[in-house]
Each structure stands twice: as structure tokens, then as C-alpha cells.
Design a protein around this ligand. Structure first.
Ligand code: HEC
Length: 285
């Protein structure tokens, strides 16, 4: 593509509000436009790219945002991020590194992706563990926090500022995506809430002292360093850790991190955030 065509595309994105994504089926493109269009109308004046700040971007959070901005002058995750980068760069016993594995993988802006050969959604976590096994190292057991979350952060931060652009083309990919969409909109738990009930219909409203974030932008900042998790000494969490928490809140049984359901959900949320730039890691309350 020529530079001017890219520029024209960017202008198109700015005017329509919803991002155009080359690698998605028409049905998926329509979902993106509806989802993003809803928030553009609901919160006029907030540009698409600002949604990577999670709840901090919403006007209902203005008072608390000031505190968050002070905290961000010396982000509490910085020391851990140095460790994370070292973990990422440290050669395995055979001399190979994670970078060697990931040079044959899509960029972080295209994760999770549908693997046609294996007929499944692949996440960074799964590919990290596969890389370890392939190089004779022990795969990481805890898939939702600690070392795994830090390694995912070290990989994803290399793509910070780049727009998210997950592909959903082909029958298998579209079916997997639809499972995630179904999960997002289905009511569950004793409280009978869907993800959309909180993060679409009630975005910006207060719930038990929290303000609900918009579903748009979800997962662009993950893994996150969370104050609440830091209290118990385990500040880092992947997005599947967060999903588990959100399922428990409505008294639904949380699923296992990296279950097929959560991977499909992650794909759906990522696709809805097409065009939002990655911002990893993020600090959350
Ligand atoms: C009862 C309301 C409720 C439901 C239902 C709910 N959540 Fe949440 N969720 C919250 C609250 C509260 C937070 C913390 C404040 C915020 O960021 O929205 C949160 C945070 C999140 C975040 C972190 C956003 C960020 O950038 O830090 C993600 C991602 C998320 N939820 C996804 C989901 C998904 C997916 C579902 C459905 C399985 C779901 N939530 C269901 C209340 C809910």
C-alpha cells in the first residue's frame, strides 16, 4: 500500500469513528462498527485511541483520574518491568530465546489468532509455553499471573502505540469469534448479568464503589499491574485472570485461564477494540 493510501485510510477512520480492518469478514466488520459506534455516541469527544486507558478515560472517572495521573509519574510496575524484560531476553539452556520463537509468529497486534491447522485460537500465553517446551524448558504452570503475565507484558510492550488489528477470516476463525461473542452477550451467574450488561449498557455507571469501564479498549492494556492484587503480593494479571474475577462478581463459576471459552472471549474483545493502540502494561485499581 502507498503512504498516501494509508493516510487516506487513517482519515477515514477518524471520520467514521469505527476502525476499518482489512482482515475481517463483513459480518465481523459490521459488529466492530456497531460496537464502536455505540461508544462514540455514548461518550462523544472521546477518540477511539484514548480507550486504552480503561475506566480512566470516562468522564465519570474524572475525579479519580487525577490520582491515577499522579501515580503514573512513577508507575509502580517499572521495577517489575525491568525484570520482565530480562526474563524475556534470557537465553534458554540451548542458547535460543523467546525472540527466536516469536519471530515466526504474528505481531502482538494480531493476537489472539486463529490457527487453521490446529483449529484453535492461539494466545501469547500458549505460544510462550510452546516455545519453552520446544526448547527443552519447563512450561509455566500458572497461566494467569506472576512470571507468565510479566513475559506477556514484555512481548506486548514492544508493540505499544500500534493499532490492534486481529484478523477474523475464514470459516473456522469466524466460528471461534462467534463463540466469544456469544459468551460476551449471554447472561450468567446467580445475578444473571452478561459482560455487555456491565461494560456496554452500564459503562460509566457506578457499581459497589467502582465505575464500570467501556468494553471498547478492553484488554489493550493487559497484562495489568493492579493495586487490589498487589495487596496479596501478586500484582500482575493476564486478561484471563480478570475474566475470572468478572465471572465471580456475578456469582458464576470462573473458568480456567486459557480455556477455549476465555480464548474466544479474548478474541471477541480484541476484535471489538480494532484500531485502539496497545498500551502495555497498565496500572489498574
Ligand atoms: C457486575 C458487573 C460486571 C460484569 C457482569 C462483568 N464485569 Fe468486567 N469489570 C467490572 C468491574 C467493576 C471492573 C473494574 C472497573 C472497570 O475497569 O470496569 C471490571 C473490569 C473488567 C476488565 C478490565 C478493564 C481494564 O482495562 O482494566 C475487563 C477486561 C472486563 N471487566 C471484562 C469483562 C468480561 C469479558 C465480562 C463477561 C465475562 C465482564 N467483564 C463482566 C464489572 C463487571
Amino acid at each position: 500500500m502507498h503512504k498516501w493510501q494509508i493516510a487516506a485510510l487513517t482519515v477515514g477512520i477518524m471520520f467514521s469513528g469505527a476502525a476499518l480492518q482489512a482482515g475481517v469478514a463483513p459480518e465481523v466488520q459490521k459488529d466492530i462498527e456497531d460496537f464502536q459506534g455505540y461508544f462514540m455516541k455514548r461518550f462523544p469527544g472521546i477518540p477511539l485511541e484514548a480507550y486504552n486507558d480503561g475506566v480512566n478515560v470516562l468522564p465519570q472517572y474524572d475525579e479519580r483520574r487525577a490520582n491515577w495521573e499522579i501515580l503514573m509519574e512513577f508507575p509502580p510496575y517499572e521495577t517489575d518491568m525491568e525484570t520482565a524484560r530480562e526474563l524475556w531476553a534470557k537465553p534458554f539452556k540451548n542458547g535460543k530465546t523467546f525472540a527466536d520463537c516469536f519471530q515466526n509468529k504474528p505481531p502482538a497486534t494480531k493476537y489472539p489468532y486463529y490457527d487453521e491447522a490446529r483449529k484453535e485460537i492461539r494466545t501469547i500465553e500458549l505460544d510462550i509455553n510452546e516455545c519453552l517446551s520446544a526448547n527443552g524448558e519447563e512450561p509455566i504452570k500458572n497461566l494467569k499471573r506472576g512470571k507468565m503475565a510479566m513475559l506477556v507484558a514484555a512481548f506486548r510492550e514492544q508493540f505499544n502505540g500500534q493499532q490492534w488489528a486481529v484478523d477474523v477470516e475464514g470459516k473456522g476463525a469466524v466460528e471461534a469469534y462467534k463463540k466469544g461473542r456469544q459468551f460476551y452477550w449471554a447472561k450468567r451467574g446467580q445475578l444473571n448479568f452478561s459482560c455487555a450488561n456491565c461494560h456496554v449498557h452500564n459503562a460509566g455507571k457506578k457499581i459497589r464503589g467502582d465505575v464500570l469501564s467501556a468494553g471498547l479498549g478492553h484488554t489493550t492494556g493487559f497484562p495489568v499491574y493492579r493495586t487490589k492484587w498487589a495487596v496479596a503480593g501478586k500484582p500482575w494479571g493476564t486478561v484471563h485472570r480478570r475474566y475470572g474475577g468478572c465471572n465471580s462478581q456475578v456469582r458464576a463459576k470462573p473458568l480456567k485461564p486459557q480455556s477455549a471459552e476465555y480464548r474466544a472471549l479474548e478474541m471477541y474483545e480484541a476484535v471489538m477494540s480494532t484500531g485502539v493502540p496497545l498500551k502495555v502494561p497498565s496500572q489498574r485499581q
